[in-house]
Design a protein around this ligand. Structure first.
Ligand code: GSH
Length: 201
């Protein structure tokens, strides 16, 4: 199995999921500007959508869309608890988080990364993101992880968006309750190893 990734990109979420799962995998760095991979592959052939993450499975298929890739990874190791069992209400709750993180948080950063976004649009995007993060903060105020006591792939994805806030907006997180949550995830050995492996050499 091979994960196509870029440093500081949302591919960090499946990267964390893979390390948390203990599944064997390889990493392939993608240059998102040139769409070439470190080993010289044309990334547009791997994933015609042109973006990371993409996961090449052992049978050669390529799976895309981060919120789906992490569920596939979790389902390979059900005993890891990275995702509740399919068909349970808890599974839908975890999917509810994944979808919220993908559509309200991750994609909410879009305007901040564009050179042509007017400053007032960027300010509105930051304000909207802060309001969306407040909902995340309320969920982790009284429990260590989004789903309760157990780390799930939703926390790995949420961690990526918190890191994005620190990089694209300011070092202080939008709600104080998010800081211990961020640090709890940052201290996980799988997360430390993923960040280490993604560092540009
Ligand atoms: N819908 C995709 C979006 C993935 C995405 O936004 N990837 C960004 C990095 S975080 C990317 O590769 N952008 C480069 C590009 O679009 O050219 C998903 O949820 O996985």
């Amino acid at each position: 199995m091979k994960l196509y990734f870029a440093s500081n990109a949302c591919s960090l979420s499946p990267h964390i999921a893979l390390r948390e799962s203990g599944l064997p995998f390889e990493l392939e760095r993608v240059d998102l500007k040139t769409k070439r991979t470190a080993s010289g592959e044309d990334f547009m052939v791997v994933n015609p959508k042109g973006y990371v993450p993409a996961l090449r499975l052992d049978d050669g298929q390529v799976l895309t869309e981060g919120a789906v890739i992490v569920q596939w990874i979790a389902d390979q190791r059900p005993e890891s608890g990275l995702m509740p069992p399919a068909g349970t209400m808890a599974r839908y709750r975890a999917q509810e988080w994944l979808h919220y993180i993908a559509t309200e948080l991750h994609k909410g950063f879009g305007p901040l990364y564009s050179k042509i976004t007017p400053e007032e649009v960027k300010a509105a995007a930051r304000e909207r993101l802060a309001a969306r993060f407040a909902f995340l903060a309320a969920a982790v105020e009284a429990q260590p992880y989004l789903m309760g006591q157990t780390f799930t792939v939703a926390d790995g994805y949420a961690f990526y968006t918190l890191r994005s806030w620190k990089r694209a907006v300011r070092p202080e997180l939008p709600s104080p309750a998010l800081q211990p949550y961020f640090e709890r995830i940052l201290a996980r050995p799988a997360v430390i190893a993923a960040l280490d492996a993604e560092r540009d050499s």
